[in-house]
Ligand binder design. Structure first.
Ligand SMILES: C[S@@+](CC[C@H](N)C(=O)[O-])C[C@H]1O[C@@H](n2cnc3c(N)ncnc32)[C@H](O)[C@@H]1O
Length: 272
């Protein structure tokens, strides 16, 4: 099952992402809408969804069984999963298992996957129930991804999180090429506040500087707001930038002016 027009005679023009799931319609439906649907139509993204039940060998199309050693719930069996995955020709690797125990998926991982470029896709395997037989993790997949420290009922939402975050970073997917650059996390900071019309709503006015037409003043205001918002809400992100000496001297000065103590030497050395 493919989404949109990215497939042409079996040859993918865009980044191919294969998804293995027991709920193919859920994944296909979401990927056909909005940004992902348009990316597929434009040939930038080529999502191929495979029903894990196609690997079953009984009339009930069973893919799960009770766990050895007892305990609650069911476990996805190794055999149908191996069969389904191994039946796919030219499967794009790495194949990642979605699991709460995997490497934490963040904007950096999204950029890494998007940066591999066309012809270098990847695949996602969605678990369900109590998870998958350990032999799948040990011998079928190449890595594991987690979308956060919480437990979902299945890997489908996690796979969609990965696909959408990666797709937004592919050239040509967002209408305005710049819009991903200023997004939260792309430079290690949270994004500055955004406003649109009306200029005043219920007495709450949009900051004057944003209506001044002075582009450098707007850029300075946005940088300051991004720094202060990050310092207040996500000090861990700021600490990371400090340890990597990734802040400019003026960033350090801005933070100091607003009462944030940044250790000396935190700023990057400017060229020249
Ligand atoms: C109910 S969960 C299984 C949780 C498992 N028993 C555990 O404690 O780690 C079922 C499936 O949902 C998916 N899943 C749940 N939470 C996830 C997360 N935070 N990140 C990625 N996948 C997740 C995985 O594919 C998992 O196999």
């Amino acid at each position: 099952m493919s989404v949109g027009g990215g497939v042409n005679g079996g040859v993918s023009a865009g980044v191919r992402i294969d998804v293995f799931t027991i709920f193919p319609d859920v994944v296909t439906g979401y990927c056909a809408a909005s940004i992902l649907g348009r990316a597929a139509q434009a040939g930038v993204l080529d999502v191929r969804v495979h029903d894990l039940r196609s690997g079953a060998d009984d009339s009930r199309r069973s893919v799960d069984d009770s766990p050895f050693g007892g305990g609650a719930g069911m476990v996805l069996m190794a055999e149908p999963l191996f069969r389904c995955v191994e039946a796919v020709q030219d499967l794009p690797r790495p194949l990642y298992l979605l699991t709460p125990g995997g490497r934490r998926f963040d904007q950096g991982v999204a950029a890494e996957l998007a940066g591999r470029g066309p012809g270098n896709g990847f695949s996602l395997l969605c678990g369900r129930y109590e998870g998958v037989d350990q032999r799948v993790e040990d011998h079928l997949v190449d890595g594991e991804l987690s979308v956060g420290d919480y437990v979902l009922a299945g890997g489908e939402l996690a796979a969609l999180v990965v696909i959408e975050a990666v797709a937004r970073l592919l050239p040509g997917v967002l209408g305005n090429e710049d819009s991903a650059i200023d997004d939260s996390f792309s430079e290690g900071l949270l994004e500055y506040p955004q406003y649109t019309r009306p200029a005043e709503y219920r007495g709450w006015a949009v900051p004057e500087v944003l209506r001044s037409g002075d582009h450098s003043a707007v850029a300075r205001w946005r940088r300051t707001e991004a720094l202060l918002r990050t310092a207040e809400r996500r000090p861990d992100l700021l600490e990371r930038l400090v340890s990597a000496s990734a802040l400019s001297a003026s960033d350090v000065q801005t933070l100091a002016e607003h009462g944030y103590d940044v250790p000396s030497g935190a700023e990057r050395s400017e060229p020249g």
